[in-house]
Design a protein around this ligand. Sequence first.
Ligand code: BDR
Ligand code: CA
Length: 311
Amino acid sequence: MQTMEKIILDCDPGHDDAAAIILAAKSPKLQLLGITVVAGNQTLENTLRNALNVVQWLDVDVPVYAGCGQPIVREKVIAGDIHGKTGLDGPVFPPLMRKAQPEHAVNFIIRRLLDSDGDITMVTTGPMTNLAMALRMEPKIAEKIKRIVLMGGAYANGNVTPAAEFNIFADPEAAHICFTAGRPITMIGLDVTRKVLCYPEIVQRMEKVGNRVSALFVSLMGHFCKTQKEIFGWDGGPLHDPVTIASLIDPELVTTKPMNAQIDIRGGQSYGRTNCDFFNYLRLPPTADVAIDIDPARFWDVFEEGLRNYN
Ligand code: BDR
Ligand code: CA
């Protein structure tokens, strides 16, 4: 039997983070050891409550840990325009009974990695603050990380500034720490996640799965796609975060290219940009596998199967 890939999902739910949790929590290919939460799309108070609401809705036994409420150096930024006042506007959740674990997310990451055989993949779908803090608090964890897979960055255009993508912009110094940790890192940026557009016909297709998790997905997309339409004029919202999880479930889904990738932490116009040397102008060693293409139809097949896992 194929062994399940062990992962920790560090996130800031967030509609697309919620979709990543949906895909990760019940996949027969993945063992979700814990969900660690960070401030990003909204304040930590909001993103933590959202993660707990989603886990409770899914009825899965996955521990949730609260992490850092602010970035390491820069002032806090949130994405209230996209994800709303709560960070997960749209669905109405029943009263919340689930509680976060008493341990801080950074301590959980350190403990779990040190206790491991080096077989845990760290997936981040928010600002990379928690993982960066863990790396600084206990540098010995670096050699224990099997691989980092992140949603963040872009080798082309940003989405909060012309240069920067939100997750990196919201904590560039944290991303710099993670990108220079010397571990295999796969950057799944806007260049591919913007190809995964959740058009109305996709929402209808997922609705037909007809279980309570597909119903949650439909109500999440109701809000998410509406704001994407208002802000960007797009008919389908780009479902960024679950591409990380889908790429672990189906390793052929995303095409990557090794590149030298460096985070701009100098401030100024390009603060938070992921400078990826696509054409290898600099002749520097590659530091990241950067996603350059995806088959969106195949992604939606993986996602639909993910919803059916809850039947
Ligand atoms: C990223 O920013 C957040 O708003 C989303 O949840 C995603 O992680 C896309 O830039
Ligand atoms: Ca996110």
